[in-house]
Design a protein around this ligand. Structure first.
Ligand code: PGA
Length: 248
């Protein structure tokens, strides 16, 4: 695992966007695995800037998202489909046919999960899988539990995740309690994995993910076993590792 420490969130976004842009230039039909959340917003902005100012071409790129809330249609303002359109996909020249996000309104969750896995497998999984991490260590919506779950599945969100994400909803009651998420097989089958985090709220999760035991209680820790994982974090997110002496 390669650990890149930068001084702040903006540098994290610049570094991450450069990695993605290099791949897009070298392999114009690459498969990108993409997350939502606050963490990748700066990366997406920077990639949009590169599209506008530097002709970064997404026309043959295929992008799949890692998760979607169950019960929200793609037109709901808090759905992850809407998030991706608003913050990234609507602003680049990617073909809508090449963007994939689980259907949160499916009438058959098992079938939706199975078909999403089959599609990912048919792509050969991601050339680059970008991930954020939750304060509880979840990656995508693989929540802490007794085992790592391999396949795309329906996750029941933990209280910690509901607490962290309900800030985007008018009230906590409106936040869905379940989501469809890719599983560890798709994550670990990616050719390159890039996990990003900034700020002290992620410090404990980053310390355990990078330096703790590999355990499903801290789902991010599985990336220690990935053959080509890069973690890009700012100093605040590394502050619980002891790498900066006395935790400041
Ligand atoms: P955040 O979420 O980027 O909004 O902090 C990350 C995650 O929960 O995976």
């Amino acid at each position: 695992m390669k650990l890149i420490c930068v001084s702040n969130e903006n540098e994290m976004s610049i570094e991450t966007s450069r990695l993605i842009a290099s791949l897009v230039r070298i392999k114009p039909n690459a498969i990108l695995g993409l997350p939502t959340g606050s963490t990748p917003l700066g990366t997406y902005s920077e990639l949009i800037r590169m599209f506008i100012e530097e002709n970064l071409d997404f026309s043959k790129i295929r992008a799949f998202n890692v998760d979607e809330y169950i019960g929200l249609s793609g037109y709901h303002p808090q759905s992850y489909r809407m998030f991706m359109q608003k913050h990234f996909l609507d602003h680049i020249n990617i073909s809508p046919d090449n963007t994939f996000i689980p259907d949160g309104m499916t009438d058959d969750i098992d079938r939706e999960c199975r078909e999403y896995d089959e599609r990912l497998e048919s792509f050969g999984f991601a050339d680059l899988q970008l991930l954020g991490i939750g304060p509880n260590g979840h990656i995508a919506f693989n929540e802490p539990g007794d085992q790592f779950i391999a396949h795309t599945h329906c996750a029941t969100l933990t209280a910690s995740t509901i607490e962290a994400n309900s800030r985007f909803f008018d009230s906590r009651d409106q936040m869905p309690s379940r989501a469809i998420t890719i599983g560890m097989r798709a994550i670990m089958s990616s050719k390159r994995l890039v996990l990003i985090a900034s700020g002290r709220a992620k410090a404990d999760a980053i310390a355990k993910t990078c330096f703790g035991p590999v355990t499903p209680q801290m789902p991010g820790s599985i990336i220690q076993l990935h053959p080509n994982a890069t973690v890009i974090v700012d100093e605040a997110a590394l502050s619980a590792t002891g790498l900066f002496g006395d935790d400041d």
